[in-house]
Design a protein around this ligand. Sequence first.
Ligand code: IYR
Length: 226
Amino acid sequence: MPKAEDEPSFITLEFFELDQDAMARRADEFFEKMKKRRTTRHFSNRGVPRKLIERAIQTAGTAPSGAHLQPWTFVAVSNPDIKSSIREAAEREEMRTYSDRMPESWAEVLRPLGTDHVKEHLTEAPWVVVLFRQTKRMRDGGEWGPTYYSQESCGIAAGLFITAIHNMGLTTLTHTPSPMGFLREILNRPDHEHPVLVMPVGFPAEGAMVPDISRKNLEEISEFFE
Ligand code: IYR
């Protein structure tokens, strides 16, 4: 009898066990690599091949997602006119945010990071990747259905994207203009897709700077029950 479309179908997991030493070595090496990831706002305008952006998006697309609905769309922009439109709209919103929408409690924690409404990276970086979260999905039959845990799913996918970009020797920045509805209009996305993050991608500018800040240590971010 042919199998119904929605019946579970399983295949054997591909899993290669490593010896203990290799596990420890890989864990250390990957941590050392990720420790070097920093968020800089200073991008070079040097070009980056589209293939690398495609690989980072494919890597992000390996993220687990609610009911495996993969509720994300990555829109990659290298077109200078579109990047300029994004920058103009983002700076318009950010100008209002920094001058009158931001409470002091927020401004206080941003000050050490040196951010302001000027978003040069949106036109300097060769690519600007915008992550959209899909709040609905189209069923095979043509009607709409909900997605599940789309915020968590997109957060995980963004983490993998950032990791992939760092691993390939490029840099990215997680920018969240607020409100960010203008992205849906400029990039012509449907109403059920909500912008989550704007990520310029490229090489750091010569002499790029980063804030002199440190990360919390293991004891501060974890608790173990054994
Ligand atoms: N969206 C603004 C403000 C901003 C907010 C947070 I939270 C940051 O970590 C950094 C910036 C901006 O992008 O400048």
